[in-house]
Each structure stands twice: as C-alpha cells, then as structure tokens.
Design a protein around this ligand. Sequence first.
Ligand code: HEM
Length: 486
Amino acid sequence: MPKILTTESGAPVADNQNSASAGAYGPLLIQDQHLLEKLARFNRERIPERVVHARGSGAYGYFEVTDEVSRYTRAAFLGEVGKRTELFLRFSTVAGNLGSNDAVRDPRGFAVKFYTEEGNYDLVGNNTPVFFIKDPLKFPDFIHSQKRDPFTGVQEADNVWDFWAHSPASTHQITWLFGDRGIPASYRHMNGYGSHTYQWVNEQGEAFWVKYHFKTNQGIRSLDAGQAAEAVGGDADSHQRDLHQAIERGVFPTWTLYVQLMPVAEAADYRFNPFDLTKVWPHADHPLVKVGRLVLNRNPENVFAEVEQSAFSPNNFVPGIGPSPDKMLQGRLFAYADAQRYRLGVNHTQLPVNAPRATEAANYGRDGHSALNPAGRGRNYEPNSYDGPAQTDAALAAPTGLTGWTGTYATPAHTKDDDFFQAGELYRLMSEGERGRLVANLAGSLAQVTRDDIVEKNLAHFHAADEEYGARLEAAVAKLRAVDES
Ligand code: HEM
C-alpha cells in the first residue's frame, strides 16, 4: 500500500489532479490550500548556485590509512594503519553555471569532507597542483574575466586573455590547463591536489609544511579538443553520468593519497617560495610519501539535499592540521563559510551532509533561519556553571614565526622564483606530441582575441617561459589569425 499523500502539515490530500474551483469552469478558490502550497513551494525550489564551481557531482566513501604518518601529524584520523574514516567528495568544474557542460577545458574541483572523530576536516582542492594567481584580492577579477561578459552575455576570449595578460604568474597554470590533462575524460580519471601548502603538527608539537596529492588508480584519461566537443554534443552530463553509473555498478573509484613534506626550518631558504600557489615543489626536492587510500562507494540518495547543499570550507581543520601563510589560502579561509551563509543560511552546518558524523558539534551558536538548535535547553552562554561545553586549552596547530611590518606586499620571490621558470620546466618535460597539442590548444583560444596588444602581452609570457614555446605559439597564432582575416 502506498503512503497517503499529505500537505506539508501532514493533512491528507483528497485530489492531486484537479484544483478546487467555483463550478466546473472556475475561477479557483483561495481556500485550496493544497494548490497554494504546491505552487508557492515550487517557486522557492532554486537557491543561489555556488559563485564558482556551481556544476558538480558528489559521492560518499571512506579513507583508509595504509602507511604510518603519525610522526608527522597527530590528526586522529591519520593515526594508525588500517583506520577508516567516512567521507563525502564533491567534484566540479569551475567557471560554468549549474546547468553547463561537463566535458569542458576548465580545472576540476576535488573537495573532500572527512567525517573524523575530532570534527569534519575539509580539504578543498583541484585537479591541478597550482593556480592562476597568488593573492586573493585578484580572485573576483579573475573569475569575472572567465565568466560571461556583462554586455555580450557570453564568455569572451578578449576578457579571458586580458586578465592573463596582466597576470604573468598564470603562465604555469595556463600551460597545465591547455595541455593534455586540461579536459579530463571523467572525474574518475584525474588526480586531486590540495594545491596549497598546509601545516601538519605531530604529538611533540613539531610542525611540517605539507602538500597533498591524490593519484587516481583508474589511470589518467583525458579528452582532446575534438573528443570533448563530441562528448558535450552527445551528453552534457557525461561526468555526472559516468560517476553515478560506475558506483551503481559497484565499480568503486579509488585514489592513493601521497604527501610532500618540508621541515619548517627549510622554508625560508627553499629555492621556491613554498607558500606561492603558482609554484610546485619538485618531487626531486620533496618525494611523495604514501598515506592511504580514498574509495568512493555510495551515491547520494538525493542530489539537491546532499550535493547542492554540501558545504566545504578550507577553514575546517582538525587538531594536527592547520593553515600555512599562503595568502591565497588565507583569503579562502574567510570566503567559503561566508559564501555558504549566503547560499544556504547560517545553519547549513546542521544539514546531514555537513554535520559531523563521528562526533557531535557542541557550542553556543544559536537560532537564525531554520535552526534545529540541537543543544535544546542547554545554557546559551559560556563560561557557565552547568557543565556546558568547555575549551580544551590544546592548540590545534603550531604557531607560525613572523617578521616584518604590516603593508601591502607582492608575494616574496625566492632564488628560483620568477613567474615563468616552472611554466618552462613543465613545457620542457613534455613530449613532442604533447607540446604540439598544447600549442594548438593555446593558439586556438588566443587567436580569438581581437586586440593585438592583448595577444602580444600574452605571447611575451610564453617566450619568457621557454623560447621555443613562445616562438611556436607565436607562429601558430599568426597562422590562425591570417586565416581569419583572409
Ligand atoms: C568553491 C572562493 C581559490 C577550489 C568556492 C566558492 C567560493 C570560492 C566562494 C563557493 C563556496 C560555496 O558556495 O560553497 C575562492 C576564493 C579563492 C579560491 C576567494 C582564492 C582566493 C580556490 C583554489 C582552489 C579552489 C586555489 C583549489 C585549490 C574550490 C572548490 C570549490 C570552490 C573545489 C567547490 C567546493 C564544493 O564542491 O562545494 N571557491 N576560491 N578554490 N573552490 Fe574556491
């Protein structure tokens, strides 16, 4: 027997096919509560989409520690080999809206929420180890330049490349994005990176700088520009369909987590600024250390409730893990929870996908829209004489040493730090085939720019990265622009 259909207040609904009217021809009656509620409810189904990373897919799974890392961090969920922690992972594209296509050239988000016994730990990364900019003040401008133009209503190559013309530090990430890994075949076939440098602290209070690398065990698979156009035309939701169906079939995707570790004392003299998000730490300097395995094995029951309403914040740390001084990370520590208070409301942390699972939130935050107020009758001030939740007095992370005066500074450069060296290194690492495809992809986009000065400024960046790289790109762009003019 199916359940009885009810209104939202639980009263039985007599007729869900015909509105109540005055006579068979109408008009309709305002006393038809079921009709009014159904229409009003429908009007309120959409909420603001994420300002970036609006389009995404999520799944649950677990993380299992396979290698001993407790000498580097006292985070309990990483404390012993064999330990498993439940998690939720949301993948995404960056620039497109909620209804945009999956198979596009764009970085992919890789956001993990570990439901640990010491609270939720969110690692909100991408499928790229670096980023376009190094100061959060530039993020809104960067994103505006990549999204739709306010006048034409479409993404404009002029805007995309005008921003990059003024942002030489983007050259490294652009080289990555237009290379072979720029359009993943699916979310299962790409790596994830924490990208920023974070801090790990062990039981003795000793701190390390750390970078996270999740390597796909499905193998890297990407689409070239032609395959991507075909994929988009055939199935706009190709990534979502692939992930959902693989998990339903019981083919669970897995990633192996490695970290790179740097003793704190090394940071000041390292050849690259270790807190500059446009740079990697070469593996030869800091080899990968294996940590464990991430498995996705369960689809959400309801995409809106669990994927759309999921909320990740780089500021959700657990004891033993903390931020670094990376200015981009520092900006992100503010941005996410603020965006979520706007997008989902102040009580979004009480939604099942966001609430802690292996422990309980216990604090004095109260009320606001749609509050469940789980503390019930508990006192709502602290300190109190009623055994309310109390602080631990144990620092979550280690203190960071500081020097200097307040001011607006450019991100400091170390000995090997210019905006181009690592972009050139990445190019020089590529095979001849990869270089050819990279140059063709870049030229195809840059040749759409209508202003010569914007093209020239960008070409100068690629010349600075590697003379051959710049020369090949310049020739390819000139050829395409000549065809356009003919
Ligand atoms: C989403 C801001 C850089 C990865 C978001 C959101 C905001 C934001 C406001 C939407 C949050 C929400 O509504 O739930 C910023 C700012 C940045 C920055 C201000 C630079 C200062 C980055 C970087 C990465 C990244 C460097 C990767 C390393 C992501 C991911 C999401 C996201 C994966 C989607 C999370 C999800 O699946 O819900 N960002 N972002 N962002 N950002 Fe950033």
